[in-house]
Design a protein around this ligand. Sequence first.
Ligand SMILES: Nc1ncnc2c1ncn2[C@@H]1O[C@H](COP(=O)(O)OP(=O)(O)O[C@H]2O[C@H](CO)[C@@H](O)[C@H](O)[C@H]2O)[C@@H](O)[C@H]1O
Length: 486
Amino acid sequence: MRVLSVASECFPLVKTGGLADVVGALPAALRAEGVAVRTLLPGYPGVLAKVPGATPVHEFDDLFGGHARVLAAQAAGLDLLLLEAPHLFDRPGGPYNDQWGRDWPDNPQRFAALCWTAAEIGRGALADWRPDAVHAHDWQAGLAPAYLHYGAQPRPGTVFTVHNLAFQGWAPASLLSGLRLPPRAFDIDGVEFFGGIGALKAGLRLSDRLTTVSPTYAREIATPAEGQGLDGLLRSRAGVLSGILNGIDEEDWNPAHDPHLAAVFDATRPEGREANRAALRDRIGLAARPDGLVVGVVTRLTGQKGMDLLLQALPALLSHGMDLALLGAGEPALEQGFLAASAAHPGRVAVRIGYDEALAHLIQGGCDALLVPSRFEPCGLTQLCALRYGALPVVARVGGLADTVIDANEAALAAGVATGLQFAPATAPALETALARLAALWADQASWKRSQANAMHAPVGWARSVKRYVALYKDVSAMSRTNGVP
Ligand SMILES: Nc1ncnc2c1ncn2[C@@H]1O[C@H](COP(=O)(O)OP(=O)(O)O[C@H]2O[C@H](CO)[C@@H](O)[C@H](O)[C@H]2O)[C@@H](O)[C@H]1O
């Protein structure tokens, strides 16, 4: 089985969030099941610099306004195809925006070019490799199934995964022919979305199978409250939509040999966490308080992640004698809010603005509880890392957070199965109540230690999910061989 995975980011080459982690980790898990994945990414300068010696395997004279090549390379255990298109990708800034955070105005063309390339490869553009299935991730890859649907048949099967329904890749209708979409595509059963072109909508409407990254999120997005205008479409496609939980890379995230920790540990030797807590306090600027509980946060600072709720609940957190260690970057108002809180509570609230992989590991290994108060969360990866590292996750009961953390309620404690705390709704008062419950659990060290041990044994890898992807690939590749179109 050969699969072309198409995405705008992939760890460790380029990452702005959890999409990269999943796109980067899934191929290795699939390899063990006999699936050969090639990952098609934009050739951003930072990516090309990390893979010297890539070989050209395909060329376009004119790909949305300029010459382009597909380069093949192996790096970080991944079999890569990189779209080198200098007119679209050779520029400073991030994958989606310039140095000042403004979206690139030609993002529709940039990611359409990625999708067009995926469709060409899907139809056999490479001399020696043709995929049985194309797996497209998020809106940036959403037009790949559309180009395959409207183009020459036969075609490979298509799977589309939504990592976040909030990012929709909308473009004005005037771009239709410029994006090489046929007039008939501008239809409610095609790419049309609120009078324009919806790349996410296209992926959801025109792929053979749809997945999202947890069963609860799959149900939530089929409701008007959480469907972001796409719930009707998702309900109509309920028969082909499934929720498959993400995993984490259990090698990268292994407290038994994590080079970023001050002391390694595992479920049989959790004492190593003490040294990590002390190292974390020292590194991030919390006062040395051997008995104080440290609450950790590693996140993008956005409304999705409920970080404004944490700012509101901060007095309650401090009143329970807890300290906060936060690593994040994102919306300027939230960054400033946390920096102000840190200045107001030196030694109790420590804030690092920025992206820091090493510190993220130390927070997971050194904090006692990891807070994830998201308003919505398709899956969430940081709570999975926290479970593995024995930091009890305190999570809003939404999406994948609901599916991966067992709340320490009376029944779960009595049964000895709790792994963290859940709260609902995602509001500041409910978060304050959760923090009070956290303080009570901390005071009951026997229950705490039991829950921590459960957390460290909880399944967080890809084993439970990878077989479901394999089954989907088999379904869609059989479909493409027999009738060509869905
Ligand atoms: N400042 C920082 N420094 C270092 N590391 C940082 C960091 N901020 C975030 N990270 C890391 O980035 C990743 C974030 O992944 P998440 O799944 O938690 O959220 P995200 O919303 O980006 O992903 C979306 O896609 C993923 C993948 O499907 C879904 O799990 C999720 O619900 C969905 O919103 C984690 O690996 C985390 O450690």
